[in-house]
Every structure is written in C-alpha cells, then in structure tokens.
Design a protein around this ligand. Structure first.
Ligand code: BES
Ligand code: ZN
Ligand code: ZN
Length: 494
C-alpha cells in the first residue's frame, strides 16, 4: 500500500474519495463535493450527507469526468472529542466502508484543526484494520487498498508521524501473524527463530536452553515443558543503547500451545491455545519497534517459550517443584502453567538485570474474560505511579486497561498444605487476582511491576475497531506509547 500525505491530493487518480468531516463544519462536505461535481451537485448526493455523527458512514457511487468513483462521507462528530485513539478508530470504520477492490483512495478532511496529526492517525487506522492472514489460503480474496493519498495542511508533520506509526503498525502485524500461525508451524524452535530475527536491528539475543535452565534451577518452567517433545527456551533480547539509564524489563508468556497438560482442556476452543504465546509475541513486537526507532534506552525483553502437552513425562497434579527463587510450588492444576513459566522467567530477569520497572504480558487466565470481557485487559501492579503512566498510554492509543486489585487478602487462597504455595486458588473466584498474586511472589519489592492479563484482548471472534476477527496485537501500541513518554520525560530529567 503506497501512502502519501499531500497539500493537494490528486482527486482524478482516485477510485475512492473519502470525505472525513466534523459535525460543526458541514459546509466543508459541500465544498469538497463541489470539487467533484462542480456546481451541479445532485440532490440525492446532498441528501445523503447526514449529520456527521462520529462513525456515521454514507457512501454512493458516481461517475465523475467519465470515471466511476466511490464517495464515502464519514462523520467525525464533535471536534473537541477527537484524539489519536478516536481518529484511528475512525480510520478502521473507513476501511470497512470501502467496497472497491484494489482502490486508489484519496482522503479529504477537516478534522485536523484540533489534532494536527489527524491525517496520519486516520490513515494508521485504515492500515491497522486492513490486516488479514491469508498465508494458508490457496486463493487470496481479501480486498486490498492499492494507495492512499491524504490531503492535509500539515503534510510534512503527518509524513514524519506516519513513518513512526508505520514501524509500530508493522510490529502489530508481526504479533498478529505469530499469534495466528498454528502451533505445528510456530513451535518453540520457530519462535526462537523469530526472536533471532531481531539481531538485524541491533538487539542482542541470547538463549537459555533446557540444560542451562536446569543448572539455574528453573524447575517451575521445566516442569511445564516436561510433557512435550519440543524443547523449551528462555530467550533474552537486550536493547541497551544507553546503559547509564536504569534497566526496564518486558516479560512475556510464550506457550506455543497450551493443551492444559494432564488437566486437559475441553476440545471446544482448545485450538485457540495456539495463541497462548501472545505475551512473548508482544515482547518481540515491542523490542522490534524500539530498536527501529533507535531510542536511547536500556530495555531487556525476556520470554519463556514452552509447549504444555500431555504424555508419560508430563507433570502431574500434586507434584511439587522448587522454583529458581527457592520457593516450592505445589502443582494443583497443570493448566495453570503460565504462572509457573513466568515465576522463573520473572525471577531470572530481576536477578540478572535488577530492572527498575518490570512489565509482563500474559494470556494468563480465562477468568479475566469473565471480569472484563474483550474490551479491557486486566492491569495488576504494585505501583500507583506505573499504573498512572500505563493508563495514560492506554487512553492515548485506545488499548484499554482496567486496574484490578492485587490485595493480600486473597493470598490465603494460594497457600499449600505441603509446599510454600500452590499454583491455583481454592475455587473461590477471583481467578485472575490469585494468578497475579502468585506472580507477585516472584517480584522484588524494589521493582515497580505491572502484570497485564491479555487472555481476552489477544483474540476476538468479532470485528473490532482496528482489527478484523482474530488476533489483535494488543500491547505493542500501548508500550510503544508508554516508552516514548517514559524516555522523553527522562531526557527532560524528570
Ligand atoms: N492459557 C490459559 C488462559 C486462557 C484462557 C487464555 C482462555 C486465553 C483464553 C491458562 O493457561 C489457563 O489455562 N488458565 C486456567 C487457570 C485455571 C486452571 C486456574 C484458566 O483460566 O482456566
Ligand atoms: Zn493453561
Ligand atoms: Zn496458558
């Protein structure tokens, strides 16, 4: 898709003309229609313009200068309510409205008076919504857009903003691709291969194999891996262009498939468990984005990559493992495996790097869907300050977070009769909270830590504003925004 921002878009070349307009300047639409029709705007066209409510879409086909064109009028609502998130979403709706295949799209808008970068946000939304996974279709049939020419008074600003957004969006697509790949293709070795690709962006990638992890005492992770014929890895990605800055760690759950183990999951929807490596994919996506933007930073990404299978070697309910931290864990349920993997990966990360901030992404619990549905990811944290910053970014990019209690009154629930803790609560509800409290057992008090449970936001069976049904890539845009602000503030000496 070829994308340009220009002071004067080429209307003649367009198959699709998009007019995006705020409700308080209705004359704008009329003036743009005049460009297409001259003074003889057909009445039926004038009637169709609507009241420009946010998300309202009106479209019609017409012949202009002998050429067939699709015209789409999209309402942007009240100008004061526009921000990056709402304009990007509007872009998603515009994509849904385009019926022409292989279209050359021209966009005219009046929404940039309050948001100077509105043009790039709008185009970013269109691009994000256009992603499909057709690798295994022998016939590729999804509608594509050939080019976008977006008219704007701030062409240079939008061009440069979009360069940044393009990098981020491509990382989102990488995450969606990895999540959608089936587990027979994307196994631990292949996920390792994907992490290795980051080397070309200046990231140092090191791998702890099972032998190394055994020596380190990462038995919680290895216990999960024991039922699978595939290898397990802890993969470390270092992007350290400024080691004078305190380290910041992003950690991800990377179950390339989660059958549940001996506590086997029901067949219905088990196939979705190929996406149980989303946390790891998000970490890879974030590392790629940061490296490509050449941020001066000290960031380490660490992922635990394992397959949870069933076999004669699989761990049993009732088993006890000694984690790397020395804490003993009773395995009450082999399907609560993500927290076991993360227990060791979080511990290893903190021991090796002493990060000031640790953020982990994990498709950890089905219970988070019960609590929050598919709209919000669950945020658990020991730091109000870190939550505030993450919430700001969530608001800005529209990847919503809801803070959940990480309260010690639930700690009782994961006490074990024979070990220090057990890996599931006693069935008294609050499954996402007890999972987070389990992780907290492996977090240093000095670290500012946030755990983001993305089990329900990673995939959606319904169309979302910025993604079609399937993988969303939730998390990359959020942390890109968070890190951009974080390092900008630190440069200022905050
Ligand atoms: N990977 C699942 C969580 C999950 C569920 C992710 C649905 C995406 C969609 C996790 O390993 C799991 O199985 N958790 C159990 C925990 C339970 C045994 C305490 C769950 O949520 O049922
Ligand atoms: Zn599980
Ligand atoms: Zn899992």
């Amino acid at each position: 898709m070829e994308i340009v921002f220009s002071k004067l878009a080429d209307l003649n070349a367009a198959d699709v003309v998009v007019i995006a307009a705020c409700e308080d300047d209705k004359s704008f639409v009329g003036s743009k229609l005049k460009l297409l029709f001259g003074d003889d705007i057909p009445n039926c066209v004038l009637n169709i313009c609507g009241d420009l409510d946010y998300k309202s879409i009106n479209s019609f086909g017409t012949t202009v200068g002998g050429k067939l064109k699709e015209v789409i009028i999209v309402g942007a609502g009240c100008e004061d309510l526009l921000n990056r998130a709402s304009v990007e979403k509007l872009g998603g709706y515009v994509f849904d409205g385009i019926k022409t295949k292989d279209a050359n799209v021209c966009i005219l808008n009046n929404i940039e008076s309050s948001e100077l970068q509105a043009a790039s946000y709008l185009v970013s939304g269109i691009v994000l919504k256009s992603w499909v996974f057709e690798k295994y279709k022998t016939k590729k049939t999804s509608p594509k857009i050939k080019s976008i020419d977006c008219q704007t008074n701030y062409a240079d600003l939008n061009q440069s903003t979009f360069v940044r957004m393009k990098t981020v969006n491509e990382s989102v697509f990488l995450v969606r691709d990895l999540v959608t790949e089936p587990a027979n293709i994307l196994d631990p070795d292949q996920l390792l291969n994907e992490a290795m690709q980051l080397k070309k962006f200046g990231i140092k990638v090191t791998v702890l194999d099972e032998g190394r992890m055994k020596k380190l005492g990462m038995n919680a992770l290895l216990g999960v891996a024991s039922g699978s014929d595939k290898p397990a890895y802890t993969i470390v990605m270092e992007y350290q262009t400024d080691t004078s800055k305190e380290a910041l760690a992003i950690v991800g759950k990377g179950l390339t498939f989660d059958s549940g183990g001996i506590c086997l999951k029901p067949a219905n929807k088990m196939c979705e468990m190929k996406g149980d490596m989303t946390g790891a994919a998000v970490v890879i996506g974030i590392m790629r984005t940061i490296a490509l933007q050449a941020v001066k930073a000290n960031i380490v990404g660490v992922i635990g990559v394992v397959e949870n299978m069933i076999s004669g070697k699989a761990q049993r309910p009732g088993d006890v493992v000694v984690s790397m931290s020395g804490k003993t864990i009773e395995i009450d349920n082999t399907d609560a495996e993500g927290r076991l993997v993360l227990a060791d990966v979080l511990w290893y990360t903190q021991k090796k790097y002493q990060p000031k901030i640790v953020i982990d992404f994990a498709t950890l619990t089905g219970a988070i869907q019960v609590a929050l549905g598919h709209e919000f990811a669950g945020l658990f944290s020991n730091s109000d300050e870190l939550c505030d910053e993450l919430m700001k970014s969530a608001e800005n990019v529209g990847e919503k977070l809801w803070r959940m209690p990480l309260h010690p009154s639930y700690d009782e629930d994961i006490k074990s009769d024979i070990a220090d803790i057990k890996n599931v609560g006693s069935g008294r509800g609050a499954g996402s909270i007890t999972a987070a409290l389990f992780l907290k057992q492996f977090i240093n008090k000095e670290a500012q830590w946030a755990h983001i449970d993305i089990a329900a936001t990673e995939l959606d069976s319904k169309n979302r504003a910025l993604s079609q049904k399937g993988a969303t890539g939730f998390g990359v845009r959020l942390i890109d925004d968070f890190l951009t602000r974080y390092y900008a503030n630190h440069e200022k000496g905050d």
